[in-house]
Each structure stands twice: as C-alpha cells, then as structure tokens.
Design a protein around this ligand. Sequence first.
Ligand code: HEC
Length: 459
Amino acid sequence: MKYIFCLSSALIIMGCSAAKADQAAERGLSLYSDLCSGCHGEGLRGGSAPSLADDNFEYGGSDSDILTNISRGIEAAGMPAFDTLNNGQKQDLLAYIRNGSELTRAAKPIDNVPLATSGIKAEDFVTGLKNPWGIAPIPGTNEWLVTEKAGRLLHIKDGEKIEISGIPPVYDERQGGLLDVAFDPDYSENGWVYLSLSDPSEDDPTAAMTMIIRGKISNNVLTAQEVLFEARAEDYIKTGFHYGSRITFDNDGHLFFSIGDRGKKDMAQDVTKPNGKIHRIKRDGSIPADNPLIGEAGAYETIYAYGNRNPQGLIIHPDTGVLWETEHGPKGGDELNIITTGKNYGWPAISYGRNYNGTVLTPFTAKDGMEQPISQWTPSIAVCGLDVYTGDLFPQWRGRLLAGALKYEQIRLIDVSGNQYGGESIILDKKGRVRDVTTGPDGAIYAALENKIMRLSPQ
Ligand code: HEC
C-alpha cells in the first residue's frame, strides 16, 4: 500500500524512507509495551519512571546516551539494564522514543471543562421528531427545515411539521439515512436547498455512499433536483458507518462537504477513494480549477483535504473564513481541526485514540506531513454538529464555535480567535445526545437531540 503511494502520489508525503523509520518505531512500540511501559507509562507518557516523550533526558539525550542507558541501565536510579537486547532491538526502541518526543508539540487533551449552564434557559422547541440529523432555519424566517434520518424532510412552521415529498430514497441503516440540510447563501434569490444522504447503490441496495444533491421546494415538493456529488459505482461500500456529510459554504461560491472513512480506515489516505475526505465543489457541482488534486491520476478531483475519520462538524467562520471541522476519533482522539487545501489530517496513521477494544491503533500521534488537530478530546465526547454563534441574545459569545456531543450529551462553546483555540465551556448538559447545533434567526441556539429540537436563550 505505502509502496503504491510512493510511486503514484506526490501528495502523500509519507515518503518511502519515512515508511522504513515507521516500521522500526512500530517494532519499538511492541518491545516498549512488553519491557518498559510498566515503569515509563503507556505511550511514553511517564509512570513510576519519567516520561520519555518530552525530549528532556537527564542522563543524556544523544542517540548513544539513550542506547547506553538502555543496555547498561541506571542502577542507582532504579532503571534496570537490558543487556540481552540486540542492537536492532535497541535501535527500534530508540526510533519509537524519538517519534514519541513529538507528543510534546502535539495537542493536549482538554480537561476540566467548566459547566456554564446557569443563566441559560433550555426549552423544547419542537418535539415528536425521530432522529433529526440536520437542522437549518429558512433564511429570513423562524421556520426550519429538519432532516429525519429515516428519510423525511420536514418544514417546521409555527410548531407544525409539514413533510416535503420527492426526497430520493436513502439507505437508512445504522448511521446512514437522510443527513444534512443547508440553504444556498443566495437562497432568497435562487431558492436552492442542499441535502446530503447515504445513497443506495443501484447494483446492490445494501451498499451506499454519501451523495450531495440540491433542489427547490415548491408546494411542499423538492423539485428541480440536481445531483452535485456522486461517488463512482465501484466506491459504494457495504459498511453502515461514518458517512460524514456536513455541508458548508464560503463566500467565493464553494460548497464544502465531508465524507467519513466508512469504517475503511486505510482508504482515508487513498485519494482515489472518496471516503475519509473533505471535498470542495462549486454550488452547481462543478469542480473548482484550483482544487489540490486536479490532474492527479485516478484521484477524486473534488477532494480538498484527506486523512479524516468521521467529520460530522464543518463550518466556515463568517468573520475569518477559516474552515473549522470536528471529527469523531476511535476511542479517544475526537478532533477539532482547521482544514486547508491539500492537507493530510493523518487518519489512521496518526491518532490520539485507540481501538475500541483498547488496543493500540497506531503508536503515532504526529508525523511529518500530517496536520495536528487544534485540540482533541480524550476521552471522546462524540463530537457532532458545528456552527459559529452569530446571534444577539448572547453578545459575549459572538464568533465562538458551538459543538454538539452525542455521548456526553452536551453543547460545547469553544472560544477561538483567528486559528487559535482559547478554551471551552459546557452550555447544555445531559438533556440528550446532540446531533446538530446552530444559531437561530432570533439569536437563540437550537440543537437537534434524538427526538426533538431544543432552544437555548438567556434566562
Ligand atoms: C523497573 C522500572 C523501569 C523499567 C522496566 C524501565 N525503566 Fe527506564 N528508567 C527507570 C528509572 C527509575 C529511570 C531513572 C529516572 C530518574 O532518575 O529520573 C529510568 C531512566 C531511563 C532513561 C533515561 C532517561 C533520562 O532522563 O535520561 C531511559 C532512556 C530509559 N529509562 C529507557 C527505558 C527503556 C527503553 C525501557 C524498556 C526497554 C526502560 N527504560 C525500562 C525505570 C525503568
């Protein structure tokens, strides 16, 4: 796999010699887990013996110092001698330690997040929904469009739910279904409504892939439908996971959308596959001439960035134009990223998370040529849904990110300035799994939970 990348894709920066060093570090990890982690801690993080990840070596930090300390031990300090290891094994340990020192420049997990729910009134806005997935206010109104995962698009008007017909069939299995909904930035002139969905394959209805369409609502029917993005038939996948599928727009006519890795993690590094990527198209579905993979043989030219696991939050910040993204990690390692063109976000080669069964997924949290998250949540909060607060009801929050969390049943308010992370607080707690969150036209904050939409306003 890596070999193929070396030949075919200049963009995959994980070069051939780097791959060799990776293999040494991977062997080093398994030795380390057996012989060293009992004292120096998992992931080199320190335990009864100090961290080896911080580039701070009291007994000498050169390669030969470290190799000597491993062979001879440091008797007085309680470090045993490992004189039975051969040179290759010691080199492998060294490679693993050298890679781990990158931990120090990496994102630290967020802890001690303050609860800031007092003074906030959280009330039901619409009840009786079934798995609402995407919510968006109809521009210029306090009416809403809401997707239900099973395939219904609802127009919410004065508490009434009006079903919009003409929605294409969706593969409503596990995490698939009718997913996000968004309005064209020029909706009042052109009437376009955008949807993402898991599109069942024509050949095999148990295989699906994220698709992006648009249409216009007329007499409660979605008309004038256009398919804006559709994967190649051979890239439809039978797993029911990780569709990604959030939609956002910039001011230059681009539409960004996400596709998760579909449970096929290695495909996130393969630009000839659509999954595990952030894509950029124009609003009519055409491909921008300056997309990073234009002309790359076999690549999806819609790809804007890659190496993403399951991005279920995607938003352009209206003040800065920064494209913020949140994605689910495996067990730990949920990420807040800034997405920029052509970049590799590292999944599954680097991650702060582990396999669900707790075993090591990758020894690496950082590698050259791969982007670090701006921050990461370990343990995972199951981050889902992302918006920027732009209302007037909480003026002190303007410009901050609103991030939903399924597992933790929260909304996190994240302070960002430019591309810096400035801490976060919890503004909704334990009311249910938050799938989507957005600023409403009245300046309140609206959140889609499992069976309803809630509205947050000052008490
Ligand atoms: C029984 C516990 C124990 C085990 C097992 C152990 N170490 Fe140590 N190690 C120590 C202690 C204690 C020190 C010295 C700490 C101090 O004085 O700061 C140390 C120091 C070191 C140092 C020097 C650190 C520095 O600050 O310069 C290195 C390198 C090191 N260990 C590597 C390893 C490796 C690699 C393994 C596995 C092959 C290993 N150790 C296994 C306890 C252990």
